[in-house]
Structure formats: structure tokens, C-alpha cells
Design a protein around this ligand. Structure first.
Ligand code: SF4
Length: 398
């Protein structure tokens, strides 16, 4: 059961209030490079990012924003969010054209100043958000948490002789900081349906605890992300582990997977992972689900492995076309199995399934459609022939 949150509108995308969990990502181009940034926004949007955030950190990037959005809007309506730290109050005031065209401001109340200046600068950002009626994300990060508040809480804890650990105090301050900033914004006149919260840390179990607490305390939509998750498999697994627990508990209205891309890796990888997380938890459907066994001593040839690899990559390639041609193509369930142990059962449970005989495999496989045996494929070109059957299935069931 999803936790109840306010519904807010970012550009043309609805967040919270029972809407599907939305996928976000962030560019890593220099925002001052107009063409590169516009191109990457389009790439991320094409890959499935439903909101894209860009860094706005200096006058050059602020000046570039309207031009970037102008290019993007020729092809896509994906909402574009400005990411502000330290000088957001100054840039938003100095560059009104930029403030007007962005669909949302991401602000970090922990790093807009110190002491009294923090509130004043935060108010300056809220004034602009109010003026242009823009939604804001109040995003607290473990790495830029309000240090004064943290020190104060640590001192209080020590003086009280409490046995609470520094980690517990830190998590409490994360929650308190984001909730108090949101309350401050509401008191200042920002409508409740214009606020999203985030409280990102880089440790999965801490992220889970913080959000379990945060979701009890507010009804603002929550943007989930394990920040600085790392790269490669560890980054993907840490993000998946943390986000899955929360999403399964109904917490989280939008997500971002913050993985460090490899030098030759596309930025869109993070979108791909986010989609897989939501699809595997059955929260969203983007592409047919392929049930495929890992193979074992019964698949000693590599025909099954090659076959399942080809099917997965071909389906990925075909999906953009299939989605347009066959409604509900993304809900299709396919099984690709290595032998007769679990093959017939899984093939029967899928919309369309295929299994090899095992041991040496070869060019022979049995196909099931809607739970009934539909034939045996033998000879060359098994992947092409099976894919034709998949498309026929979609054609007959659209
Ligand atoms: S279905 Fe057959 S080949 Fe695949 S893992 Fe199970 S026993 Fe092994």
C-alpha cells in the first residue's frame, strides 16, 4: 500500500497522490554547453527519464538554461529541474528568465548560508518560487547537512548523558532538517502541493531508516535516491537494495539511481536501472518480462545461453516500435528456459514461452502459447522464428 502524499505537478508530470512512481535523472554535462546539455536531456528522456535535472551553479549555466529548454522543447516536454547549491538565491534573482522557464527548483537548505543568513537566503529562493508558482524540492543531503544543527544536537545528547549513537543523532537531524525546512516554506506561503522532499545519504540501511521516519512525519511526496552510490555492480546493487525496501513499503513517489557511470558508459544507465527496479517490484511496466533460467549442468552447450541473450537484446530493440503498434506490449510475459526440469512449467505460466531439451541443447525447442503447447521449433534461426511468434502473439492480443 502506497503511503498517502500530496499530489504535485512538475511540468506535465504528476507526482505523489497515488500516481505511479516517477523516474528522474540528472545530466553530467557542463550546463553552459548548451548543445551538449540539450542533447543529453533528450537522450535521458528518450531512455525513460520522466524528469531531468540540470546543474545551475554559475552565471554561464544560468544564462544557458532558457536556450537549452528552447532546444529541448522542439522535441520533448520532459520537465527540467534546476539544481541549486550555495548560490541558488543569487542566481534565481539575477536570472529571471532562467527562473521562469525551469519546471522546478531543487534546493538544499543546508548549504545556502550559515546562521541567520541561511534562513534569509532560503527565503529569497522561496520568494522566487512563489512569484513564478514553481514547485520546489527541499533536498537535504548527508554530505551537506546543516552542521550547526548537527553540532547542537550532538552537544545536547552528550550533556543529557544519552546513550544514543552519533549515527542515530545524524539520522534524526536529517529528518528534522528536511521537515523543518518544509514547514518553514509552508509558513512562508509556499503551497503544500508545491513541495517535494528528499533526504539522501550514501548508506542503504541509514537511507531506509531515515525515510521510514520521514514518511511517518509528513505527507509531502518523497523523492528517493541513495546518493553517491558508487559505480558498476556495487552501485547498482546498493541503490536497488535501498530503494526496493522503501518502495515495497509504499514509500517514495519519485526515484533516481545515482550511479557513477564508467568512462565509456552512457548516462542513461541510471534510467535503465531505475526502470528495472520499478518493473521488478511490479510498480511499473516498461518492457516484456522475460523469465529466463540461469542454466546449469543440464545446459552444457551454449545454444540456450546464446538464444536467451539474443531474445533479450532483440526485444529491447523492438520495444519502441512494438509499444506504438501493440497496446500493452510492455505487459507481455515471456519465458526462455534451458531444460525440461522447470522449462515446461515456466513456459506454461508465461504468455509465450520456450524451453530447450537440456544436455547439449541443440537446435530444438518447444513453444507454449497461453499455457498450451504450440509447436516444436527445430533447425536454424530459432531466435528469429521465436521472435516472429512473439510478434504474432502481440498482433493477436493487442
Ligand atoms: S531449468 Fe533446467 S537448465 Fe535451467 S537451471 Fe533449471 S535445471 Fe538447469
Amino acid at each position: 500500500m502506497r503511503k498517502k502524499t500530496h499530489k504535485i505537478l512538475v511540468g506535465n508530470i504528476q507526482i505523489g497522490g497515488g500516481n505511479p512512481v516517477i523516474i528522474q535523472s540528472m545530466t553530467n554535462t557542463d550546463t553552459a554547453d548548451i548543445n551538449a546539455t540539450a542533447e543529453q536531456i533528450l537522450e535521458l528522456s528518450e531512455a525513460g527519464s520522466e524528469i531531468v535535472r540540470i546543474t545551475v551553479d554559475c552565471p554561464e549555466s544560468a544564462t544557458a538554461v532558457p536556450k537549452i529548454i528552447d532546444i529541448v522543447r522542439r522535441k520533448s516536454s520532459v520537465p527540467i529541474v534546476g539544481d541549486f547549491h550555495f548560490n541558488g538565491h543569487v542566481l534565481l534573482e539575477k536570472f529571471p528568465e532562467m527562473a521562469q522557464v525551469l519546471d522546478k527548483y531543487r534546493i538544499n537548505p543546508g548549504n545556502v548560508g550559515r546562521g541567520k543568513g541561511r534562513d534569509e537566503n532560503f527565503e529569497r529562493i522561496l520568494t522566487i518560487a512563489k512569484k513564478y508558482s514553481k514547485p520546489i524540492r527541499i533536498g537535504v543531503n548527508g554530505g551537506s547537512l546543516n552542521q550547526e544543527l548537527l553540532d547542537l544536537k550532538m552537544d545536547e545528547n552528550q550533556k543529557a548523558g544519552s546513550l544514543r549513537s552519533d549515527g542515530e543523532i545524524f539520522e534524526e537531524v536529517m529528518v528534522e532538517s528536511v521537515v523543518s525546512s518544509a514547514n518553514f516554506a509552508v509558513k512562508f506561503g509556499i503551497q503544500e502541493d508545491k513541495i517535494i522532499l528528499s533526504a539522501k545519504v550514501s548508506e542503504p540501511r541509514s537511507l531506509i531508516r531515515i525515510h521510514q521516519e520521514l514518511s511517518q512525519k509528513t505527507e509531502f511526496p518523497i523523492h528517493l535516491g541513495l546518493t553517491e552510490a558508487g559505480g558498476g555492480i556495487p552501485g547498482i546493487v546498493s541503490s536497488t537494495a535501498a530503494l526496493s525496501v522503501l518502495l515495497h513499503e509504499g514509500i517514495g513517489d519519485t526515484i533516481r539511481v545515482s550511479i557513477t557511470p564508467g568512462i565509456s558508459e552512457s548516462r542513461t544507465k541510471e534510467v535503465e536501472v531505475a526502470r528495472e527496479i520499478l518493473q521488478s517490484l511490479e510498480l511499473r511496466s516498461f518492457t516484456p518480462k522475460i523469465t529466463s533460467c540461469p542454466g546449469c549442468g543440464r545446459t552444457t552447450g551454449n545454444d540456450f545461453q546464446k538464444f536467451s541473450e539474443t531474445i533479450a537484446s532483440e526485444i529491447k530493440l523492438q520495444m519502441p516500435f512494438w509499444k506504438k503498434k501493440y497496446s500493452g506490449a510492455e505487459n507481455l510475459k515471456i519465458a526462455v528456459m534451458g531444460c525440461i526440469v522447470n522449462g515446461p512449467g515456466e513456459a506454461r505460466n508465461a504468455d509465450i514461452g520456450i524451453f530447450f531439451p537440456g544436455k547439449g541443447e541443440g537446435e530444438l525447442a518447444t513453444v507454449f502459447v497461453d499455457g498450451k503447447q504450440a509447436g516444436v521449433l527445430s533447425g536454424k534461426n530459432l531466435p528469429e522464428r521465436f521472435l516472429r511468434m512473439v510478434e504474432e502473439y502481440l498482433m493477436n492480443n493487442k
